[in-house]
Design a protein around this ligand. Structure first.
Ligand code: NAD
Length: 498
C-alpha cells in the first residue's frame, strides 16, 4: 500500500484541499513508495493562518517556557536518531551512517537553540548623555518560513526552525517534495515535546506552495537553501514583497593541493569529499586543483581509493555510497561524464551504466574521475551534484588562485599543504565563504556562520559592512614532527613555479 505524507498544520496532520499529490521514490529500487500531498494556495493560507494565530501567544511566551520545550525536543530527537535516519535513507538514498551524521549536525542546532537565552540578552548603555540610558531589545518577527532542498531533508530544516521558534517566531516549512517524511516526523516530535499547536507547520508541494509563501502578506521572513537559479527567484520575489530574505544557492567547491601536501591525506580527503553522499552535498569537493608536478601521483592515489568504494542500497550496512535522488538526475550526471572526453578531459574512471544486482531499477551511477579537465568543459563549469570529480592542473599557486577565484561559485574551499604561510595566504585570498586548511569539507559548527559567497548565496537583504566567513584548520592533518617534516617556507614561495 502506498504511504501518504500529509501537511502538518495547527498541530496535526492535514491532507489539504488541493487533491494533488506527488510521487516519492525509493532511489535504491526505483519504486514509488509514497504519495505526498501538494499544497494549494488555500492550504498554504491555512498553514500561515495557524502560525499567525499561534504567534499571538508564542511570541509573548517566556524564555523559560520556550527553552524547556526545546530541551524536551532535543531529547526526543536524540532518542529517534535511527528512525529519522532510516526515513532519510528510504527517500533520499544516502547510506544510513551518512543519514545519522545529518541528524547529528541538525541536533547541534537544537543544542544552540536550547541556549538561546544567552543570545537574546539585548544591550544597555548607561549615561550616553546626562541621565540618559540607551537599550536595545530583540523581538521576534512573527510568521517566518523556510524552503529547503532534497539533499539534507532533516539537517537543513533543523538549521532553520529551532532557532526561529526559540526566538519567539512561528514557522511554516516547505521541505523538498522529493523526500518529505523526515520533516513531518520532526514536527510530530516537536509537538510531543509540548510545542503549542500552530507554532511549527509543514506544507509540502512545489512552486505553487513556494510562491504563495513568498507573496503572503503575513510572512515576515524567508530562509531558502537550494539551487542558484531558485535562490535568485526566491531572493528577488521575497525582497520585492518586502520580506527579509536569505537564500543560499549551489556550489562548485575546489580543493587546492600544493606540492608539499601529504598526498595520501589529500587523496583520502578528496575521495570522501567528492563521493560521500554520492556527491549530492553543497559542500562536496567537485574540483581538485593540483599544483606543480604532483598531478599524476595524486590522480593515481585518488583512483585507487575511489575504485574501492562499495556502492549499494543505503540500508545495507556494507554500502558506502547509495543511489542518486531520481533517474532523471542520474541521467543528467551521466551526460557530463559521457561528454567530458569530447571537451578535452581524460576519463580516468567512468561510472556511467553502473547497476546493483537485484536492484536494477535503482538510480545507480558509479564513481567518475576526470583528469586534465579544461575550464571550458561543462563538467567543470556546472554544478553536477553527483559522484564526479574533476582534476585540473596548474603550474603555480597564482594560476590556481585565478582559476578558483574565476569560478562564479564560492561556497566552500580547501587547501592541502604543510606550509602555514601558504595556508594563511590562501585563507585571505580565496573568494569563498568557508575555508578548510587540510579539511576538505569545512562545514562550521552551528555557533559559527554558514554561508557561501558569489553565486552560492543570493545576497541577504540585511546589509552588513563585511561578509562573514569561517575558516577551519585541522589539527589532525598538521605535518608530522621529526626529521621528515619539511622546512616551512614563506608564503611567497608559492608565487614562483613549484
Ligand atoms: P532546488 O532549488 O531544486 O529546490 C529547493 C527548494 O525549492 C525545494 O523545496 C523545491 O520544492 C523548491 N523549488 C524548486 N523549484 C522551484 C521553483 N521553480 N519555484 C519555487 N520553488 C521551487 O534544489 P534541490 O535540487 O532540492 O537541492 C540541491 C541544490 O541545493 C544544489 O544546488 C545544492 O548545492 C543546493 N544546496 C545548497 C546548500 C547551501 O548551503 N548553499 C545546502 C544544500 C543544498
Amino acid at each position: 500500500m502506498t504511504k501518504i505524507v500529509s501537511h502538518w498544520i495547527g498541530g496535526k496532520a492535514a491532507e489539504g484541499a488541493s487533491g494533488t499529490y506527488g510521487p516519492v521514490t525509493d532511489p535504491a529500487t526505483g519504486e514509488v513508495t509514497t504519495k505526498v500531498a501538494f499544497a494549494s494556495v488555500e492550504d498554504v493560507d491555512a498553514a500561515v493562518a495557524a502560525a499567525k494565530e499561534a504567534y499571538l501567544s508564542w511570541g509573548r511566551s517566556s524564555l523559560a517556557t520556550r527553552t524547556s520545550i526545546l530541551f524536551k525536543f532535543r531529547a526526543l530527537l536524540d532518542a529517534h536518531r535511527d528512525e529519522i535516519a532510516a526515513l532519510i535513507t528510504a527517500e533520499h538514498g544516502k547510506v544510513h551512517s551518512d543519514a545519522l551524521g545529518e541528524v547529528a549536525r541538525g541536533l547541534e542546532i537544537v543544542d544552540l537553540a536550547c541556549g538561546i537565552s544567552v543570545q537574546l540578552k539585548g544591550e544597555l548603555s548607561t549615561e550616553v548623555a546626562g541621565r540618559v540610558d540607551v537599550s536595545s531589545i530583540r523581538q521576534p518577527l512573527g510568521v517566518v518560513t523556510g524552503i529547503t532542498p532534497f539533499n539534507f531533508p532533516a539537517m537543513v530544516p533543523l538549521w532553520m526552525f529551532p532557532l526561529a521558534i526559540a526566538c519567539g517566531n512561528t514557522f511554516v516549512l516547505k521541505p523538498s517534495e522529493k523526500d518529505p517524511s523526515a520533516s513531518v516526523r520532526l514536527a510530530e516530535l516537536f509537538s510531543e515535546a509540548g510545542l503549542p499547536d500552530g507554532v511549527f507547520n509543514v506544507v509540502h508541494g512545489d512552486k505553487v506552495a513556494v510562491d504563495r509563501l513568498l507573496a503572503h502578506p503575513d510572512v515576515k521572513a524567508v530562509s531558502f537553501v537550494g539551487s542558484t537559479p531558485i535562490a535568485r527567484h526566491i531572493h528577488t520575489t521575497a525582497s520585492a514583497n518586502g520580506k527579509r530574505v536569505q537564500a543560499l544557492g549551489g556550489a562548485k567547491n575546489h580543493m587546492l593541493v600544493l606540492p608539499d601536501a601529504d598526498l595520501d591525506a589529500a587523496a583520502d580527503a578528496a575521495v570522501s569529499a567528492a563521493y560521500g553522499s554520492a556527491g549530492e552535498r553543497c559542500m562536496a569537493i567537485s574540483a581538485v586543483v593540483a599544483v606543480g608536478a604532483i598531478g599524476d601521483t595524486l590522480v593515481e592515489k585518488i583512483r585507487e581509493r575511489a575504485e574501492k568504494i562499495k556502492i549499494g542500497p543505503g540500508n545495507v550496512p556494507t554500502s558506502e555510497m547509495g543511489p542518486l535522488i531520481t533517474a532523471t538526475h542520474r541521467d543528467k550526471v551521466a551526460s557530463y561524464v559521457t561528454g567530458a572526453a569530447a571537451e578535452g578531459a581524460e576519463v580516468v574512471l567512468d561510472g556511467t551504466g553502473y547497476t546493483v544486482d537485484g536492484h536494477e531499477n535503482g538510480h545507480w551511477i558509479g564513481i567518475s574521475l576526470l583528469d586534465r579537465v579544461p575550464t571550458t568543459a561543462a563538467a567543470y563549469r556546472d554544478e553536477i551534484f553527483g559522484p564526479v570529480l574533476c582534476v585540473l592542473r596548474t603550474e603555480t599557486y597564482e594560476e590556481a588562485m585565478d582559476l578558483i577565484n574565476g569560478s562564479p561559485f564560492g561556497n566552500g574551499t580547501a587547501i592541502f599543504t604543510r606550509d602555514g604561510g601558504a595556508a594563511r595566504r590562501f585563507q585571505l585570498e580565496v573568494e569563498a565563504g568557508m575555508v578548510g586548511v587540510n579539511v576538505p569539507i569545512p562545514v562550521p559548527v552551528g555557533y559559527h556562520s554558514f554561508g557561501g559567497w558569489k553565486d552560492s548565496s543570493s545576497a541577504t537583504t540585511t546589509s552588513t559592512a563585511t561578509t562573514a566567513r569561517t575558516s577551519t584548520p585541522a589539527a589532525r592533518s598538521s605535518p608530522p614532527a621529526g626529521p621528515t617534516r619539511p622546512t616551512p617556507r614563506p608564503a611567497s614561495t608559492w608565487a614562483s613555479r613549484a
